[in-house]
Ligand binder design. Structure first.
Ligand SMILES: Nc1nc2c(ncn2[C@@H]2O[C@H](COP(=O)(O)OP(=O)(O)OP(=O)(O)O)[C@@H](O)[C@H]2O)c(=O)[nH]1
Ligand SMILES: [Mg+2]
Length: 381
């Protein structure tokens, strides 16, 4: 099972207590205090690891604790520090404080580490308290308790391109064709239940683009229809969204209606996500109804669509090229980035009829002047 959200209850290690001890050796009377310090408690550390696929292990084992520090010992021996608890998480994991929802940390780069909870400091042994006036102190301090906390781990996949489309549009088929990922494909809706990440390799350019195939989105997903819309979090970090439209019109649906629904559902999930650059792609162009539908689609959606067919591989090179230009090459001129709706134009101030009359009258030329000018005109005639 793919788990992209988990609650964890964490505890850092307590510090070891300081020790009270006196040196006792043959021929050394009154050897003095030699109680060592306690060791520090272990920290709770999150480490970003690209070999981790999801957060499944945290779902089944949410309680985790770091080791406590060992108490100090005689002969001025300090107790060893407790071992840190290292928790591997996949790239793109966000750590939110349970309750407040405050973002505490975000791990995106492989090898990145974040100390989430600090272990308690070790206590001081009695050797630290000797002085000229107190040569045999029986005092030590206890170790500090380690920090504790409850957090929510949320995985947001890191990908350059996110595939958005209705179920059965061919998202997984496309991912299978142009990446090494092998998501399941089948001629029924909701074959994909979680995000699949594939890498498009560009051998000639020595580059790669990471693409995320997500479950299908349907009308009413914001009201939890289908698989809901929570999985859209996996394409939140993408720099390009590919709207994959079934141009043959599945189940009697019309492609331009599908496009409108996808746009709307994205907007309802997050206006920021909906405003991302997009590339509209018309799939299943090998099917009979597709060509006629594409013509109508071009009229209804001004940006048009890039025609491909995963069945016979037509247009796939052009698709890869467009994706490269959009993600690595500074964007496509044809890419439509919906702009935020402009602020509503301010309404003209309503001038009362009486005031308008006064203004008109003041603009009118004086009657006498008009008369002289008309006389002059008749003379000229
Ligand atoms: N004729 C034709 N069939 C296609 C094409 N692309 C995909 N299909 C078929 O469409 C069906 C659904 O494909 P999937 O890749 O599973 O669709 P999906 O968008 O991943 O669907 P969900 O995972 O359910 O969201 C499969 O039977 C594919 O063989 C195409 O270009 N032409
Ligand atoms: Mg799929």
């Amino acid at each position: 099972m793919f788990i992209d959200e988990a609650k964890v209850i964490l505890r850092a290690g307590d510090g070891g207590h300081g020790c009270v001890s006196f040196r006792r050796e043959k021929f050394i009377p009154k050897g003095g205090p030699d109680g060592g310090n306690g060791g520090k408690g272990g920290d709770v550390v999150l480490r970003c690891d690209r070999n981790e696929g999801d957060l499944e292990s945290y779902r089944w084992q949410p309680h985790r604790s770091a080791r406590n520090g060992t108490p100090g010992m005689g002969r001025q021996c300090a107790g060893p520090d407790g071992a840190d608890l290292i928790l591997p998480v996949p790239p793109g994991t966000q750590v939110l404080e349970e309750g407040s929802g405050r973002l505490v940390a975000e791990l995106t780069e492989h090898g990145e580490k974040v100390v989430l909870l600090a272990g308690g400091r070790g206590g001081l042994g009695n050797m630290n308290f000797k002085s000229s006036v107190n040569q045999a102190p029986r005092r030590s301090t206890p170790g500090q308790p380690g920090e504790t906390g409850t957090f929510r781990l949320v995985l947001k996949t890191i990908a350059d391109v996110g595939l958005v489309g209705f179920p059965n549009a061919g998202k997984s088929t496309l991912t299978n064709l142009i990446t090494a990922a092998r998501p399941r494909t089948a001629p029924y809706p909701f074959t994909t239940l979680h995000v699949n990440v594939g890498v498009i390799e560009y051998q000639d350019r020595h580059g790669r683009v990471v693409m995320a195939d997500i479950p299908g989105l349907i009308e009413g997903a914001h009201e939890n229809r289908g698989l809901g819309h929570q999985f859209l979090r996996h394409i939140e970090r993408c720099s390009l969204l590919v709207f994959l439209i079934d141009m043959a019109g599945h189940d009697g649906r019309r492609p331009w209606d599908d496009f409108k629904v996808l746009e709307r559902e994205l907007r309802l999930y997050s206006p920021v996500l909906a405003a991302k650059p997009r590339l509209v792609v018309a799939n299943k162009m090998d099917l009979p109804a597709a060509a006629a539908n594409l013509k109508v689609f071009g009229k209804k959606v001004p940006a048009g669509a890039l025609a491909i067919s995963c069945h016979d591989g037509a247009g796939l090179e052009a698709f890869k090229e467009s994706v490269w230009k959009a993600v690595r090459g500074g964007g496509l001129p044809s890419l439509r980035t919906p702009r935020a709706r402009p602020a509503r134009a301010r309404r003209k101030p309503v001038v009362k009829a009486a005031v308008r009359k006064v203004v008109k009258a003041s603009r009118r030329k004086p009657a006498a002047k008009r008369r002289t000018s008309s006389r002059g005109a008749s003379r000229r005639r």
